[in-house]
Design a protein around this ligand. Structure first.
Ligand code: SF4
Length: 425
């Protein structure tokens, strides 16, 4: 049952206080990293440029009630199918929600693009990351406002959630935008376009939802719903738990990564980072099929890419038991050469076949630690998979080092193929 929104606010000039630790994180540095002379100069330049030219804004309004069904949520008359949002709202007995749109404005995006076109990739990167830090700061700023209002009315806010985060399809973005805009004629501080694909323009923007509950005990520490663990707001009077984790990046858009890379980077690129005429060891049909069916790509607001691949094989003995392994690879943005910064493989949740492999049966701990330690091509560009000499060993199991290298090579090729074919080379 929905009623009228109980509050609405627009902030056309929010106070900006982007914390150094947040900015460092988005730049890919540890939080206590000391910037060198050049990186300090770039970070200060980006901060000052934004302070002078940036046009951030925040808009928020209450949904006017929520409807929670077995597998759906209703907000302002629109239906959303997000298992995660539904379970969060149901667990906290949320009765309302606050719909929020924030944007760092188009100015920093335009300036970053100009830097790139002028052959200044360092300036481009630092300004891009500063724009992302601004978006995260605006969401935190909005959280401060929403939490204060909730506390004063005997309520509590839930952690914010957005289309494109795990368990909420990014394709719901246009629908969410249509209810945030509503039909009350509220003028927004600046234009925000939401593509059918879910991409936002300016891209340094975010649409999000904070649930509200009249049961503050539901968001107490230990409940899994305490929002403060993901909230970096300093000196908050209502903080319930220390800040210890990060929400998904503001612009995490699942498979949209490929389209985003296409529009943001390849239009301005001069030389391909990936060999588009690559000769792969795996045939193209298999690469296409696996890239469509087994590969998930996700881009963060800092441009880093996470690739997840589900491998399915069988043990070579023990009656050919099925095995499932999950691979995860992290790549630097295209502008930094798609370097491999992380590579992990582990048995998939619920997989039992891995424990039937001969080498596991001989020495479970030793076998698993060998697998965990193997991170081929770490630190090297993804394109190096094309010249990487590795054994041909297509065994379905993971017992031999050669068969594990063979699988890594295959997975790197699938990722390479997916990026190159989408025009993000
Ligand atoms: S620290 Fe907790 S109470 Fe304060 S604004 Fe953040 S989420 Fe809300």
């Amino acid at each position: 049952m929905e009623s009228k929104p109980t509050f609405e606010f627009t902030d056309k000039a929010p106070q900006l206080n982007v914390q150094e630790a947040e900015y460092l994180r988005l730049l890919g540095f540890p939080k206590d990293h000391a910037l060198t002379e050049r990186s300090r100069e770039l970070a200060t330049w980006a901060r000052n440029w934004y302070a002078e030219h940036g046009r951030p804004w925040i808009y928020a309004r209450s949904a006017g009630g929520v409807g929670i069904e077995a597998d759906k949520i209703h907000l302002s008359g629109a239906e959303f199918s997000s298992e995660r949002l539904q379970s969060q709202f149901a667990a906290a007995q949320a009765h309302d929600a606050v719909l929020v749109a924030v944007s760092a404005g188009k100015e920093c995006e335009e300036k970053a693009r100009q830097c790139w076109q002028e052959g200044k990739p360092d300036e481009y990167f630092f300004l891009e990351m500063y724009g992302s830090a601004v978006v995260e700061h605006l969401v935190t700023h909005a959280a401060g406002n929403i939490c204060a209002r909730a506390e004063q009315n005997g309520m509590a806010a839930l952690p914010h959630y957005s289309p494109g985060y795990t368990g909420w399809p990014v394709s719901d973005q246009p629908k969410l935008w249509s209810i945030i805009r509503g039909n009350n004629g509220t003028p927004f501080p600046a234009d925000l376009d939401v593509m059918e694909t879910g991409m936002l323009r300016p891209k340094k923007s975010l649409l999000t939802v904070f649930g509200l509950t009249r049961h503050p005990e539901k968001v107490a520490p230990g409940s899994k719903l305490v929002p403060c663990e993901n909230c970096s707001l300093p000196n908050c009077n209502y903080r319930r738990a220390p800040y210890c984790d990060f929400m998904p990046q503001a612009e995490t858009v699942g498979r949209l990564v490929l389209d985003a890379l296409e529009t943001i980077e390849t239009k301005t690129a001069t030389a391909p980072v990936l060999d588009k005429l690559a000769r792969y060891s795996v045939n193209a049909r298999a690469l296409r099929k696996w890239s469509e069916e087994r590969l998930q790509l996700e881009v963060a607001s800092d441009g880093f890419i996470t690739a997840r691949f589900r491998y399915e094989g069988t043990t070579c003995s023990n009656f050919g038991r099925p095995i499932q392994y999950d691979y995860q690879v992290r790549l630097t943005p295209r502008a930094q050469g798609y370097r491999i910064t992380e590579a992990h493989s582990t048995p998939a949740d619920g997989d039992t076949g891995h424990a039937q492999q001969c080498e596991f049966l001989k020495d479970p701990d030793g076998f698993m630690s060998r697998l965990t330690a193997e991170k081929p091509l770490l630190g090297r560009p993804l394109n190096d998979v094309l010249t990487w000499k590795r054994p041909v060993n297509p065994a379905g199991c993971f017992c031999e080092a050669g068969s594990r290298e063979h699988k890594w090579g295959m997975i790197f090729e699938v990722i390479h193929f997916a990026l190159a074919q989408k025009g993000s080379a």
